[in-house]
Design a protein around this ligand. Structure first.
Ligand code: UDP
Length: 243
């Protein structure tokens, strides 16, 4: 196996890949055919992992960990091992859809509120003529629904499964079922369907460039403030960890 170029931030490994390299890896996973888990790590993930051993383990075992969030880029630079670029989940989903259309792969969209996965599929199909979305389903990460959802996915035989149940539920869900899903690539995508379907507004370009996407999210979804306290705690832990 090729050694992975990774940066470890507070114990959580993150792959140092460009968007092109990430897509090449995803394609290689599909060609290989065995099940692979992709995670998009941001500072909230790293902080959640500090107090959730199960989630920590899932992040350590992931086959590809994409750096999502300027906080991670800052931390990596501070720790002396800079990451090449930030890969926002929503951009990665769009690039995956275009790869899927080009190669004739099958895509399944699971999660988000009722109707959002369908609207996301329509948006992605419009952007990528020929894209094959073989299934969309809201469902929930509730254990009672697991068997039904697994059956649905197995019957649709996708190459790629994108799961939008929010972190850490989506990543734990994938990890629990990866062996049975018969899907070569499964990835947790957080709120990506909400943005692609137009249910939520993404920050304007200038805010993204200044690394202020988190502020835009906080202004539009103020109930997030408590969860977002993870960010200053993350900064503090990184600053003190290297002493
Ligand atoms: N979500 C869901 N079922 C759940 C919890 C969340 O479908 O039980 C969806 C929610 O509708 C949203 C997505 O998970 O589309 C991501 O949620 P959030 O934005 O909180 O996740 P984050 O991006 O912060 O990980």
């Amino acid at each position: 196996m090729v050694k992975r170029d990774q940066v470890v931030i507070l114990g959580v490994p993150v792959d140092n890949v460009t968007e092109e390299e990430a897509l090449a890896k995803i394609e290689a996973f599909i060609e290989n055919g065995r099940p692979h888990q992709v995670v998009t790590v941001n500072p909230e993930f790293v902080m959640a992992a500090q107090s959730d051993a199960n989630f920590f383990q899932v992040l350590k075992e992931a086959d590809l960990s994409l750096p999502d969030g300027v906080g991670l880029l800052w931390a990596a630079r501070f720790l002396g091992a800079p990451l090449s670029q930030r890969l926002a989940g929503v951009d990665t989903v769009r690039r995956i859809a275009s790869l899927t259309a080009e190669r004739g792969y099958r895509l399944f969209l699971l999660g988000a509120a009722e109707g959002v996965a369908e609207a996301t599929a329509m948006g992605l199909e419009e952007e990528n003529p020929g894209l094959k979305v073989v299934g969309t389903y809201a469902g929930s990460p509730d254990r009672k629904e697991e068997e039904e959802i697994i059956e649905m996915i197995r019957a649709a035989r996708p190459h790629l499964l994108l799961v939008a149940y929010g972190a850490p539920q989506q990543d734990l869900w994938i990890h629990r079922h990866l062996g049975r899903l018969e899907v070569p690539v499964a990835m947790g995508v957080g709120g990506a369907f909400d943005f692609i379907s137009g249910k939520a507004q993404r920050a304007p370009g200038w805010m993204q460039r200044l690394g202020l996407e988190w502020l835009h999210r906080l202004l539009h979804e103020p109930w997030r403030w408590r969860r977002m306290l993870a960010l200053p705690k993350f900064v503090w832990l990184v600053l003190t960890s290297s002493r």
